[in-house]
Design a protein around this ligand. Structure first.
Ligand code: AKB
Length: 314
């Protein structure tokens, strides 16, 4: 059997770091090329600096290492993206088109591209948002994800590249802090609780959003990529659900371990973004097509986050 050579972009990021480890474990550390513009000091194995806006550098790496799959995670997220929308468009779209073009021209068979709940905006059913909702995003990040989903579908239809994608909810994990997202509060809050510090929350207490624990997010990604091609009926991006909660629900869950944990609510511009996003997601297509089932609910995630952060931070 021909071995897979997998290249990951954005490998030092919140999801990239954990996904890299999972792929190294599954396919062998020698078969994974982790790339980023920053180096995460805990990454092991083969790492290369790569700016994916550089088409020539990307192509060189794909050719040199005979890459057969790419997981393209590098992107600017929702809140950071609003500080410089044109840069967000340029980077998110340029990197994706580079990945797709290099794949088309160099025999890369499979590509993973992360989409997001940010593809949804006003004019949606916010509870159990369906797969085929209106996509009128409220952020430039969301605009790039809608365009990206259509590009993915185009490269599949026109060139037969096996591009697969998930609309991730907010991802929560203990391994690293996210950067520039609207759902980031749900990671930072655990760090404060474990350090016995107060937390200032940039969303209002009852803002309910779709979220997922990193273990589930990584497993969903690998399960989607491993599913037989004939089972994949969505070539834009699959709705994916883990759990839904508000800052208030999260505080109640944390207070089971830290009863005196204090939170002060100071909503900022991220509140307006969150107000346009779904409350919960209908992921029945993912369930139907490749048997998706999340394992973590809020309290199980809180226990795991606290246990791990205690080891890391104290
Ligand atoms: C963000 O908040 O921008 C991301 C996302 C939901 O895609 N976490």
């Amino acid at each position: 059997m021909k071995r897979k050579k997998i290249l990951i972009t954005g490998a030092s990021g919140q999801l990239g770091f954990v996904l890299t480890k999972a792929l190294q474990f599954k396919y062998g550390i020698k078969n994974i090329i982790a790339t980023d513009i920053n180096f995460h000091s805990s990454l092991e194995g083969h790492f290369e600096f790569l700016d994916v806006t550089d088409l020539i550098a990307l192509k060189q790496m794909v050719v040199d290492y005979k890459v057969s799959q790419i997981y393209h995670l590098a992107a600017i997220l929702s809140a950071k993206g609003e500080k410089d929308p044109i840069k967000t468009w340029d980077i998110n779209i340029k990197t994706l088109t580079n990945v797709l073009e290099v794949s088309r021209l160099n025999n890369v068979k499979k590509v993973f591209f992360p989409s997001s709940i940010a593809v949804f905006g006003n004019n949606i059913l916010r509870i159990n948002t369906p797969q085929n909702s209106n996509l009128s995003p409220s952020t430039m990040y969301g605009v790039t994800k809608v365009a990206g989903e259509n590009l993915a579908n185009y490269y599949f239809q026109k060139y037969g590249i096996d591009v697969r994608s998930l609309r991730y909810p907010g991802i929560i994990g203990h391994q690293s802090l996210p950067g520039g997202g609207t759902t980031d509060y749900a990671v930072e809050i655990y760090h404060k609780a474990v350090r016995n510090e107060n937390f200032e929350c940039f969303l209002e207490p009852f803002t309910m959003l779709p979220m997922i624990y990193i273990d589930d997010a990584v497993r969903a990604t690998i399960e989607l990529m491993e599913a037989p091609s004939q089972q994949i009926s969505i070539r834009t991006s699959y709705n994916l659900a883990g759990m839904s909660f508000s800052p208030k629900d999260l505080v109640m869950s944390i207070r089971k371990s830290y009863p005196y944990f204090q939170v002060n609510y100071k909503p900022d511009f991220r509140q307006e973004i969150a107000n346009t996003w779904p409350v919960s997601i209908d992921d029945s297509k993912a369930v139907q097509d490749w048997d998706w089932q999340p394992e973590f609910d809020l309290n199980r995630m809180t226990k795991d986050m606290i246990a791990n952060l205690k080891k890391q931070l104290l």
